[in-house]
Design a protein around this ligand. Sequence first.
Ligand SMILES: *[C@@H]1O[C@H](CO)[C@@H](O)[C@H](O)[C@H]1NC(C)=O
Length: 307
Amino acid sequence: MLEVVTRPARTLLYGSALFSFCSVLNVIQVFSLLIRPFSKRLFYEVNARVAGSMWKVMQMIMEKRHKAQITFSGDKIPHNESALVFGNHRSFTDFYMFHSVAARRGMINYMKYFAKDSLKYIPFYGWGMWIMGMLFINRNWQQDQTAINKMFGRILEIQAPVWIASFLEGSRLTPSKLAASQKFMQSRGLPFLSNVLMPRTKGFIACVNKFRGTHVKCVYDFTFAYYHRTKGFGVPPDLVRVHTGRLSPEYKFHVHVKRYQLEDLPKDEEKLNEWIIQKYVEKDAFLEKMKESWTDDIEGGIWSEKW
Ligand SMILES: *[C@@H]1O[C@H](CO)[C@@H](O)[C@H](O)[C@H]1NC(C)=O
């Protein structure tokens, strides 16, 4: 019967369900502030579970209810391992792709994202995001450094499990952004990329330096690929489409991940900068190959995995 419900009606339905759910979580979050003076670890854990329950519900709608068909390739990621993670950015759906792996590895509660500072001031949601440990930035690394150091300090102090996630391209890929990025890279004598934008490396380099020698020992490099039955390669469903009906076989999703030891990354900043750009060159090549033959010929094979 639900199939006859129209797209706007569904959006409204999900919207209000999500709002009620968030409001309940918000109340829990506000009360959790009372725990903070007594146990930072418990405060962190309570809020991680609140955040995780929201991400899990969204993931379940996508994967279980709407039957998204997600395949994986690359390195095997261990359970419960803290890491700095980054991926290519095309759409809101990229969050679900991070979470597809995080959920299967016991880390979905511990996702931390960088978010725009202005979001902090949205009543309820913004406060909730702050309590959940979203890392708010103004796009000005210098200015944000104090706040970011404080946030990282809290994670390090209690050796909290964490996946600190970022989209190094800075914004979603669009044709005009891609053209601008290509022009810029060409002017700097950098490689030509057709499936990703030039990564902004400054923030990531600072993260790597901050977490050297700590409990965060790994870096995961994610590549997300999308396929639509008629529109073809590189077309993900938008946020509303994810929540309106069956996704398979109309869409296909693929997640490729490489795992590195943080201590093996170059110490020299210039070299680390090159390393990051090299990862984006590899992403671009991987996506180019996927564009030609969707998941046909990937080293190490592809698999799907029950959640
Ligand atoms: C991961 O951590 C959870 C919670 O601490 C634990 O129950 C689970 O057994 C761990 N999984 C592995 C594979 O170590």
